[in-house]
Design a protein around this ligand. Structure first.
Ligand code: SPQ
Length: 429
């Protein structure tokens, strides 16, 4: 446990930050580099606890992976060379590692046991286990295979035609990985666009994949070709500085080389709808991923409605959007976001608890919340819920609260943004 005390700031925030590499893309870069035969170099890799779990999983299967800061060198004999791990694989807190690896392990010719920390052991795995079983997977575990630990006896999988019942990039990606190593042609249809980094990376590594609106078709048994990957800055990490710049008077913050892939950048549309002053320039593209420079200047905010297909494009930013809403004039309604209840913690309950402890007016809904603004936040002691996104949201709240905000444990920032507090301090001087 490491307590964090955030003092309210009396000066504007200003400066330039290069937020660390994107967590979702860092995981996928390791996975595809390990499946391709040959050498891959990954730059601007996110050195965080979650992404290191994905590296460790492949090292346990015999892949050579070395790190030098944020550069990672992967040398693999390809899919066929992956070996049975001798001990259970630990996924820590990482839902992405868990879901994607289960999809892959289900079709590999060996036995694996996978487990995670107490938060991950409560998160539903049925969403991947159930369609994998339809493909012929042999998976068992607590709650009939819904909860970690799981025992996976790899088997020959058959491709299926699957309509995703949940709007989840992890489920889509797990099934794309399973599809890659199964017999036949796999078709996956989503209800709404979720982050598409797996599809982009499959294409970059030379896979034959067809994307037709919301349907993705992938052919089985394809050999991937190694390709170097440069990971963009994580927009989900940038979101905390976008919020800080928007709410601290007279602030101006520049965020360099942020990933602004459409399937991830819903927060930019919400900021615009709320009246925030965001400038996007220096836009470029590499391997299907867009990068851009974001400048946020303080502005008066107004409430808005966030619902429907935009939700999966900003799901991880909802905690900090809720904080923005406390500073916006009028009401903000967030709906269709029941998925928040099965993240590292129940993020609807956690956001409401932390922000109401600081004086916000929030009504929770089964699938979202209604926030009345604008409110002056006062100080107080809040729980981190051991959730990195809750800690960082509470830290930004602390900048504008009238007294200090004490967060009981800030150590979970190691999951996605180990240097968050150093970067926050760098724009306060
Ligand atoms: O990896 P994990 O723990 O699931 O991480 C989170 C996060 O806040 O960092 C969610 F808790 O992000 C998920 C995201 O919510 C990362 C992700 C991905 O990389 O594919 C997809 C989203 O989850 P889902 O369940 O909607 O597919």
């Amino acid at each position: 446990m490491k307590e964090g005390i955030i003092q309210s700031i009396c000066k504007p925030l200003s400066g330039t930050i290069a937020v660390p590499g994107d967590k979702s893309i860092s995981h996928r870069a390791i996975i595809f580099a390990a499946l391709a035969e040959g050498k891959t170099t990954i730059t601007n890799f996110l050195e965080s606890e979650d992404c290191l779990r994905t590296i460790a999983a492949f090292q346990a299967m015999g892949v050579h992976i070395q790190r030098s800061g944020t550069t990672v060198f992967v040398e693999s004999g390809g899919l066929e060379a992956l070996q049975e791990p001798e001990t259970p694989i630990y996924f820590g807190n990482s839902g992405t590692t868990a879901r994607l690896m289960i999809g892959l392990l289900a079709g590999l010719p060996f036995f694996t046991v996978v487990h995670g920390d107490s938060s991950l052991s409560k998160r539903p795995m049925n969403r991947v286990v159930e369609p994998l079983r339809q493909m012929g997977a042999n998976i068992d575990g607590r709650d009939k295979g819904n909860l970690l630990p799981l025992a996976i006896r790899g088997s020959k999988l058959k491709a299926i035609d699957y309509q995703l019942p949940v709007k989840s990039a992890q489920v889509k990606s797990a099934l794309l990985l399973a599809g890659l190593i199964s017999e036949g042609e796999m078709k996956i249809t989503e209800k709404a666009l979720t982050r598409d980094h797996t599809e982009n990376m499959l294409q970059a590594f030379g896979a034959d994949i067809l994307i037709n609106q919301k349907q993705i078709t992938i052919k089985a048994k394809q050999a991937l070709q190694p390709v170097d990957v440069h990971v963009p800055g994580d927009i989900s990490s940038a979101a905390f500085f976008l919020a800080a710049g928007a709410v601290v008077p007279h602030s101006s913050i520049v965020l360099e080389q942020v990933g602004i892939n459409f399937s991830r950048s819903g927060i930019l549309e919400v900021l615009e709808a709320m009246g925030a002053n965001v400038i996007i320039d220096q836009v470029s593209e590499k391997a299907g991923e867009q990068f851009g420079r974001l400048t946020i200047n303080h502005a008066a905010l107004q409430g808005t409605i966030i619902e429907g297909d935009i939700i999966p494009r900003l799901i991880d930013e909802i905690p900090v959007i809720a904080l923005l809403a406390t500073q916006a004039k009028g009401e903000t309604i967030i709906r269709d976001a029941a998925e928040l209840r099965v993240k590292e913690t129940d993020r609807i309950a956690a956001v409401a608890d932390v922000l109401t402890t600081l004086g916000a007016h929030i009504t929770t809904l089964e699938d979202g919340m209604i926030i009345q603004g604008s409110t002056t936040l006062h100080g107080g002691k809040v729980s981190s819920y051991h959730d990195h996104r809750i800690v960082m949201m509470a830290a930004v709240a602390g900048l504008i609260a009238t007294e200090e905000v004490i967060i009981d444990d800030i150590s979970s920032t190691a999951i996605s943004y180990p240097n968050f507090f150093q970067d926050l301090a760098s724009i306060q001087s």
